[in-house]
Structure formats: C-alpha cells, structure tokens
Design a protein around this ligand. Structure first.
Ligand SMILES: C[S@@+](CC[C@H](N)C(=O)[O-])C[C@H]1O[C@@H](n2cnc3c(N)ncnc32)[C@H](O)[C@@H]1O
Length: 247
C-alpha cells in the first residue's frame, strides 16, 4: 500500500479523481449553516469543487488547497478538471447501483451539477488565483490556527485502499493544526464501497492521544451508498474540555 496515493489502484474509481462538487453538496455533506459559511474556511482538498467560488461570491472567505494546483497553470487545470468531471460521471453511469438517487435524480442531473461546479471553479481560479493554494497533505503551507473551519471531502477514507492509517492520522493532525475551530471530514467509506473505514476506532484513539476529539455525525447528503456520516474533529483543551462547535 502506498502512503501518499500517487499509485493508481483497481478499486473504486481507479486513479484519484479531481472532482467538482457543488456548494449545495458541500452544505449537505458537511451540515453547513449560513453562519458556518460566514467563517474563514479552508477546503482541503479543494480539487475542482465549485464551493470556494460560490461561497466567496456570496461574500465568504474560503481558500482551497490541493496538490493538483502544483504542476499545472490555470488553463491546464481547467481542461483537466473538465475531463475529470466527465470521467466521474462515466464511472457513476457504469455503477448506478452503488448510488442512492436522492440528492441527484439521475446521472444526467449529476452531470449538469458537476459541470456547472467545474465551470465555476475554472472561472474563479483564473480571476482569483490567490484563493487556490498548492499544498500536499500531510504538510500544509498555512500557519497554526489560520482558519475557523476546515473541510475535507473525498480524500481521507475515500482512498483508504491506497492511503494508509499513518497518512490518515498525520493528515488529520495537520488539518487540525491549521484549524482554530472544527474539522469536518466526509465520507467515512471508501470509493466503490459502502463499508465504514475499518480502523476508525483506532484512528479516534490515536487522535485523542494528540488532543483531538473525533465524533461521527450523521448528515443529510445521500449519494454514495453507506456514506451518510462525517467525522467532526475538535481540539481538546489542556484542562480536558472539548472546544464547543456548531454542529
Ligand atoms: C475526489 S477529489 C475531491 C475534491 C473536492 N473536495 C470535491 O469533493 O469535489 C480528491 C482531491 O484530492 C487531491 N489530493 C490527493 N492527494 C492529496 C494530498 N496529499 N494533499 C492534497 N490534496 C490531495 C487530488 O488532487 C484531488 O483533487
């Protein structure tokens, strides 16, 4: 098993996808309220999601961070992200039985939403490149406690066929280092599976040993079968209390 996910594996989608979820998906996956969206947010990995563009357009303060932003200029990223959106939709059409058609009515609606999100991403990264920061977990280019809220969708747990337990622990510790408030991670199942990450209890114990409390919280988003929960992480203060959160 590789540590950093650079090697393609046969399970799930195959090579790691640069996907393009929408603001509505983020709201639903992460239980985000309007108050949450007014906080200073890090989205890591941001991929080609429309979230950063959409929230900042509404007056928010979101930074996206992803390793995909390292090697390509904005034009190349836009082209790759559009192609990746089509690859993701082809996968879903080939595996419709792995999905609940509740959030999306059908694969056509999925394609429409994701194409719109990737267009928002492509337009925004051209206009506001400073909102898209190249970074590679488990080491991020931000100071401690730089963000009120940190979101992480479809990297951790999703690719647990190729990202090992140490990577999950180190990545969550790093995401928490830059979080003043909570970290929310979704989903807790691997791509192509509906079974929860088998070492979640070990991970929660390891996190607690690093003064991080993790809580599994059900969310309303229904798409990948079995992916109904996020992990909410909070700092444990030196006197043992867990920082209050809004979830
Ligand atoms: C499936 S996409 C998720 C993107 C976005 N959060 C969404 O839900 O649409 C996974 C992303 O993780 C990024 N990624 C993979 N390994 C990474 C790492 N070690 N650090 C930062 N980003 C990484 C990939 O480049 C890809 O864009």
């Amino acid at each position: 098993m590789t540590h950093n996910g650079d090697t393609a594996h046969a399970t799930g989608i195959g090579e790691m996808l640069i996907s393009s979820r929408s603001l509505d998906e983020y709201r639903s996956m992460f239980h985000l309220t309007d108050e949450d969206l007014s906080r200073k947010i890090l989205d890591c990995p941001g991929g080609a999601a429309g979230f950063t563009s959409a929230v900042n357009r509404l007056g928010g303060d979101v930074t996206a961070c992803d390793r995909a932003y390292f090697d390509r200029d904005t034009e190349q990223l836009a082209v790759v992200a559009a192609a990746e959106t089509e690859r993701g939709n082809r996968y879903i059409r080939a595996h419709t039985e792995h999905f609940d058609w509740a959030f999306f009515a059908d694969p056509d609606q999925h394609a429409r939403v994701r194409r719109h999100a990737v267009q928002e991403f492509a337009a925004d990264i051209r206009l506001n490149p400073r909102h898209y920061v190249a970074g590679r977990l488990p080491s991020l280019p931000f100071p401690d406690a730089a963000f009120d809220l940190v979101l992480s969708s479809h990297l951790l747990f999703s690719y647990s066929d190729r990202l090992d337990h140490t990577f999950h622990l180190d990545a969550i510790r790093e995401l928490m280092r830059v979080a003043r408030g909570d970290l929310r991670v979704f989903p807790l199942v691997a791509s192509g599976s509906s079974v929860r990450y088998p070492r979640l209890d070990d991970l929660l114990t390891d996190l607690r040993n690093h003064d991080i409390a993790g809580e599994v919280v059900e969310v309303g988003y229904r798409f990948q079968r079995g992916a109904h929960h996020m992990l909410v992480c909070r700092h444990i203060a030196s006197h043992g209390s867990v920082a209050a959160g809004s979830v």
